[in-house]
Design a protein around this ligand. Structure first.
Ligand SMILES: [Zn+2]
Length: 530
């Protein structure tokens, strides 16, 4: 029988402890809904008590009508030497009005003695009183055993006695926490096995990534019998982060054959990862396992050839299974296979051993020697193929341009103005554009000149502009490489230009960007009229 593993997401609570991560109330609601669609079993909404924003979330989420996930409120065991019925924190956990409550308690004698400063007996009473009280209020109670592995190493007898207190008071799940993130997978496996032996199968795992082992430790715990995994999307969390659910979930499903989430929702993984980054305003990590942009990117020619024959030759899973995609990178390492695959992507059929493929490779090599780089400039690469295949028809001809940058007063910003003269479809166009900088002004003048002939050009906007100085040892003789990223809302593409003059390099990248857009529009028109 396949093993069911419950996924407990704490992106909104532990994840939000990460440096630079903060979610607005509206973002928290949207995230919870998305996580519910994705099929996680639990969503930890935040701290009851400490935070009015979190309490408001518990109110709002009730109206959201989640279809699958249960919302958990988070808090601690009652304070020392206080009646649980009079404990403010415990009261707030009830007020949060969630069906699930997660509380953490101390497993490590060092913390009991030095941090809580209570007796071991009182610590166990704090655990059992709180669990029993919550059970009396009909809550599903998840008990997070803080510092469990450190506590177990110090005294297994003591650590296990705290779990016993929680279990006997009625806790539904005992979650072993590697709070400081310093435990190694072998130890996690052995200790989890001991706990499962002693308390049965309602055991979970919560790890942190301080040794870059949070994912490995979570998987080790599942292999030892844990059935509940806590983590965050993209591994957000304080210090080095929490266990990354985006790596754990596909590992559990695809490699261990476990049953997680809803049927078929693993394909949403990459989108969920990007969505959470977007909500947190974090730049996605291209190197992220499974979901990163580079996770299935192939560069070396030989690998690409093998991938074409059999994808498993250099891919551990099918990218589609996690909603990601294979990318073929164009670079000086590329052989005929990359060009071939890229051409197929563009709808051009080429024979791998054809003279055209060889010519494209020669041209690529020549340009790369001159400082061009096509990995992030697919638009330019595709225009290059068009040119070699003699399929390229220029959409306009440049007669000339002039760019002026003027500073009228030391306290005023510079003004830039560009004049362009083009021949478009036999007509001469002379336009003037203004902008924040010379490239912006040039871009504006170019667009004005073309808009009458190609209205589609109005949809394009520049989303990124990067400049790299090449061979800096040659000082002012150095070349400049400009990478421009453009978008028309539906598609994004990169283009590149290289020159000793930054304006010239920018112009080259701009022209490729515009021509690529016009090329795409024409292809679309051709398809429609077919
Ligand atoms: Zn944690």
């Amino acid at each position: 029988m396949t093993k069911r593993i419950a996924i407990y997401d704490t992106t909104l609570r532990d994840g939000a402890q990460g440096e630079g991560i903060s979610f607005s109330s509206a973002a928290k609601l949207r995230l919870a809904k998305r996580l519910d669609e994705f099929g996680v079993d639990y969503i930890e909404g935040g701290y009851a008590a400490s935070n009015p924003k979190d309490m408001a979330f518990f109110q709002d989420i009730k109206k959201a009508k989640l279809t699958h996930a249960r919302v958990a409120a988070f808090g601690s065991t009652r304070r020392a030497n206080t009646l649980v019925t009079e404990d403010v924190g415990t009261k707030a956990l009830i007020e949060a009005d969630t069906s699930v409550v997660t509380i953490f308690g101390k497993s490590w004698r060092f913390h009991v003695k030095e941090v809580l400063r209570v007796s071991e007996d009182e610590n166990r009473r704090m655990i059992s009183d709180t669990v029993r009280f919550l059970k009396r209020h009909k809550k599903e109670v998840i008990y997070d055993a803080e510092h469990f592995f450190d506590g177990y190493k110090d005294s297994s007898e003591h650590a296990l006695s705290t779990l016993k207190a929680a279990k006997e008071a009625g806790a539904d799940m005992l979650v072993l926490c590697d709070t400081n993130g310093g435990t190694l997978p072998y130890d996690v496996h052995t200790m989890t096995q001991e706990v499962v032996k002693a308390f049965g199968s309602s055991v979970g795992i919560h790890t942190h990534n301080d040794s870059e082992l949070a994912v490995a430790n979570s998987i080790a715990a599942v292999c030892a019998g844990a059935v509940h995994v806590q983590g965050t999307i993209n591994g957000y969390g304080e210090r080095c982060g929490n266990a990354n659910l985006c790596s754990i979930i596909p590992g559990l499903i695809l490699k261990l054959g476990c049953d997680c989430l809803k049927k078929g929702s693993l394909k949403m993984l990459t989108d969920v990862s990007l969505f959470v980054d977007e909500m947190a305003n974090v730049r996605p990590n291209p190197k992220a396992a499974y979901v990163g942009e580079s996770a299935f990117a192939h560069k070396a020619g030989m690998h690409v050839d093998a991938i074409r024959k059999a994808t498993q030759s250099f891919e551990h899973i099918e990218p589609e299974s996690v909603g990601n995609e294979r990318r073929i990178l164009v670079s000086e390492l590329s052989g005929a296979s990359n060009v071939f695959l890229k051409a197929i992507e563009m709808g051009v059929s080429l024979d791998k051993s054809s003279p055209e493929v060889k010519e494209i490779l020669r041209e690529l090599e020549r340009l790369e020697k001159n400082g061009y780089e096509f990995e992030a400039a697919e638009g330019s690469f595709k225009m290059l193929i068009q040119k070699v295949l003699k399929a390229h028809k220029p959409f306009f001809d440049l007669e000339g341009f002039r760019v002026i940058v003027e500073k009228r007063h030391k306290d005023e910003p510079c003004i830039s103005e560009a004049t362009i003269k083009l021949i478009v479809k036999g007509e001469t166009e002379l336009t003037v554009g203004e902008g924040d900088g010379p490239v912006d002004a040039l871009n504006s003048a170019l667009r004005q000149a073309l808009t009458r002939f190609y209205p589609g050009i109005n949809e394009v906007f520049l989303t990124d502009y990067r400049v790299r100085i090449l061979d800096p040892e040659e000082a002012t003789a150095a070349k400049t490489r400009v990478l421009i990223e453009s978008s028309d809302g539906a598609k994004t593409w990169g283009t590149v230009g290289v020159s000793g003059n930054i304006i010239e390099a920018s112009w080259e990248a701009l022209v490729d960007s515009v021509e690529y857009k016009l090329f795409l529009d024409e292809e679309k028109k051709k398809k429609r009229s077919k």
